[in-house]
Design a protein around this ligand. Structure first.
Ligand code: TRP
Length: 343
């Protein structure tokens, strides 16, 4: 089997939090570095910064470059290696808009209105009306993925409906148009989700998200992590230290599930249930496990921050690489669709 192409992306929302890490970033790094037994790469990885998608929920663009760099620094600190994985901004590769337009002809507006991720967003952000561009969010995402012929798309659970729409668009295109030499132009990409794709926020109510202010940032040092951890909602039935607790109803225990060493997890669970482990100590432990995991990232982040020109260059180089792939795919699309023929 040959190397599979991975394409994934995030919106440039600035500094990332633990939810981004467990939901996507951590698995991107693993996939980037995964080798087969004979030492060849399992995946070829490309990571996109979805700056156009950002416009679906905010027209403010003043901070977009700073937010892009902040996010990119977090990617690099977490182990994205630009030599292996080109990183690039959607807005700098013109073919995204071109493919978006053509894909817009392949899907009905009623199909897009049924998109559950969109409905959730409209509800969470109390949006009264929807722009035409926001309705087309998954169409642009399909263009992102298929422009690079992404075969595998590692994403959080909420993005599954968008990958499904991408598959439908790819199928429809391939059914209508065939390239005279290569045949089908597009693969039908498969999503992969991680177990912790929806890390719950400190408030215990919703998933971690910047707009809800319930996050731990990847850039948070040990003191910040501990301070935020103290605010985390635990089992409301465990009031005194020695009351028996219910780990399944506790936000902090859900973090332990991800960050505690597996052999400690059973002790923590038993201690909570028996009432021998109080919430204060349990939170301290949890904060320490998280900080341990973040320590190397914080160090690398500091390095990149003091060499910001290097980060800017990484982006430009990634964009140059992405353009070559994008141009090539668009050429195939135009040939298959017989657009621009001269004879
Ligand atoms: N919609 C994705 C998100 O909000 C970001 C994104 C844009 C994306 N284009 C993509 C993810 C292509 C995967 C593939 O998280």
């Amino acid at each position: 089997m040959g190397t599979l192409r991975i394409l994934s992306g995030m919106r440039p929302t600035g500094q990332l939090h633990l939810g981004h890490y467990t939901g996507a970033l951590e698995s991107w790094v693993q996939q980037q570095n995964l080798l087969t037994e004979d030492g060849s790469k399992v995946y070829e990885t490309c990571f996109l910064i979805a700056d156009y998608h950002n416009l679906t929920t905010s027209l403010e663009t003043g901070e977009i470059y700073r937010n892009t760099l902040d996010m990119l620094i977090d990617w690099l600190a977490a182990g994205i290696d630009p030599e292996k994985s080109p990183v690039f901004r959607q807005s700098q590769i013109k073919e995204h808009t071109e493919l978006f337009l053509l894909f817009a002809m392949l899907i009905t507006s009623s199909r897009l209105e049924r998109n559950p991720t969109l409905k959730e967003q409209v509800r969470d952000l109390n949006m009264e009306s929807l722009t035409y561009g926001h309705l087309g969010y998954p169409v642009l995402q399909a263009a992102d993925i298929l422009l690079y012929k992404g075969e595998v798309v590692p994403v959080g659970e909420d993005q599954i409906p968008h990958v499904e729409i991408t598959r439908e668009i790819a199928r429809k295109f391939n059914n209508h148009y065939t390239h005279p030499v290569i045949g089908e132009v597009f693969p039908e990409p498969a999503p992969i989700i991680t177990k912790f794709s929806r890390l719950v926020g400190l408030d215990g109510k919703a998933k971690m998200s910047k707009s809800l202010g319930n996050t731990i940032l990847l850039a948070d040092g040990p003191e910040d992590v501990l301070r935020k951890m103290r605010t985390a909602v635990t089992d409301t039935a465990k009031i005194r230290k020695n009351d028996p607790g219910h780990p399944e109803a506790c936000t902090v225990f859900s973090y332990h599930g991800k960050f505690a060493p597996p052999d400690q997890l059973l002790c923590i669970e038993a201690g909570c249930r028996e009432g021998s482990l109080g919430c204060v100590d349990c939170k301290k432990m949890c904060a320490a496990y998280i900080s341990q995991e973040l320590e190397p990232l914080i160090e690398k982040r500091r390095d990149y921050e003091s060499h910001i020109d290097l980060v800017k260059n990484i982006l430009l180089e990634g964009e140059a690489k992405a353009k070559v792939i994008a141009r090539n795919t668009m050429q195939e699309v135009r040939t298959a669709m017989r657009l621009g023929e001269t004879t």
